[in-house]
Design a protein around this ligand. Structure first.
Ligand code: SF4
Ligand code: SF4
Ligand code: F3S
Length: 366
């Protein structure tokens, strides 16, 4: 191997004592996460095998470190596999050993060497008020650091709802003038991985996909369709209860104990797009709804200001039709997947009205 050049990703695996077989297993598992067809999976393995490890610069601004905490819990690919074998993580102020001027100099050097080619990852929002004084690192405002780093980036991956949409710092009255990455960067591709925090495998899977094929198909909010293409509600295991009109009325009633739908307790699953219901968290162990709490809608813009966490969706939120307009809403189908459910609920109500003596605890009253 020519010592002047960066090792390829396959060579990095081999240098770490893992053979080609381990590399191919890594590729196969990642392709499975990304639901790639066999030919595309083989293409991904071929491309990654011959690619030098790309430089990644990870900047954190107004954030709580929850997004990075989430990333450290990725099971496929694992964070170790990603940063030791697949990418060259040149700057992350939490994970790196270096500190102070040495760390800042290393970042500048890495950016200069890979100018125009590195991947920029950002978590946290960017404060604009008072010339960005609310977030200053090494004497530079977040605003200045982002603008500079974005100039040399091949693409920017905004991790978490703070970076993607402003998140909690953006919530009213937004005292720091927080903004999202896409609000500030207009001349580079931006991929938003929303969620508070995002699912770890969504982060590692998107990075690996980008390295292999470039920017994936994105939805209107610049989120990869492969992870954000369906609502929580469409894949929720409690959906059969919703369709039958069986709702928990409180967190400790019989309906809750029976695992009924959490819609009336404020679940925002019908208007939230994320992979939680199928990918889940902690290696597929669980997700908020499986733990007995409704979805808060954390992967959507304005989730903090968008309505009470424990208020059912309704016409007042702009998301859900009132009972008297159910028929019209079903025809319009304004929110994907809701129309059929509305019809089912309407039918259920008629059945309940016809036989109210059989009403069960927690069931919607007619
Ligand atoms: Fe923290 Fe949530 Fe913002 Fe991530 S998106 S930095 S977890 S507040
Ligand atoms: Fe699941 Fe919530 Fe939809 Fe009920 S409203 S089926 S708990 S996503
Ligand atoms: Fe967030 Fe809802 Fe998933 S609150 S973690 S999008 S279930």
């Amino acid at each position: 191997m020519n010592s002047e050049r960066e090792p390829t990703i396959l060579e990095s695996f081999q240098q770490a004592g893992m053979g080609r077989r381990t590399f191919l297993k890594f590729c196969a598992a990642t392709a499975s996460l990304l639901v790639l067809p066999a030919a595309r999976a083989a293409e991904m393995a071929e491309r990654l095998a011959n690619m030098p490890r790309p430089t990644v610069i990870y900047l954190s601004f107004q954030e709580c470190t929850g997004c990075l905490e989430s990333l450290t819990r990725s099971f496929q690919p694992t964070l170790e596999s990603l940063i030791f074998n697949t990418i060259s993580l040149s700057y992350n102020d939490t994970l790196q050993a270096a500190a102070g001027e040495a760390a800042e100099a290393a970042r500048e050097d890495a950016m200069r060497k890979a100018w125009g080619k590195y991947v920029l990852i950002v978590d946290g929002s960017i404060p604009r008020a008072e010339d960005g004084v609310y977030c200053v690192i090494a004497g530079k405002s977040a605003l200045g650091s982002l603008s500079h780093a974005a100039e040399g980036a091949a693409a920017i991956i905004a991790i978490g709802t703070c970076a993607a949409f402003g998140g909690i710092p953006y919530a009213a009255p937004n005292p720091t003038g927080a903004a999202s990455v896409q609000d500030l960067v207009g001349n580079r591709p931006v991929i938003n991985l929303s969620g508070c925090p995002p699912i770890p495998e969504v982060i590692t899977g998107t990075i690996t996909y980008f390295l292999s094929f470039g920017v994936p198909d994105l939805d209107a909010y610049k989120r990869p369709v492969m992870f954000y293409g369906t609502s929580i509600h469409d894949r929720c295991y409690r959906r059969p209860f919703y369709d039958k009109g069986l709702f928990a009325k409180s967190f400790d009633d019989e309906g809750a104990r029976n695992g009924w739908c959490l819609y009336e307790l404020g679940c925002k699953g019908p208007v939230t797009y994320n992979g939680c219901a199928t990918m889940k968290w902690n290696d597929g162990t669980s997700f908020p709804i499986e733990s007995g709490h409704g979805c808060l809608g954390c992967s959507e813009p304005n989730f903090w200001d968008g309505g009470g966490f424990y208020q059912p969706l309704s016409a007042a939120t702009g998301h859900w039709p009132k009972a008297e307009v159910l028929g019209a809403a079903a025809v319009l189908g304004s929110v994907a997947g809701i129309g059929t459910a509305v019809v089912a609920r309407s039918r259920q109500r008629k059945l309940e009205a016809a036989d109210s003596s059989k009403q069960q605890p927690g069931e919607r009253s007619s």
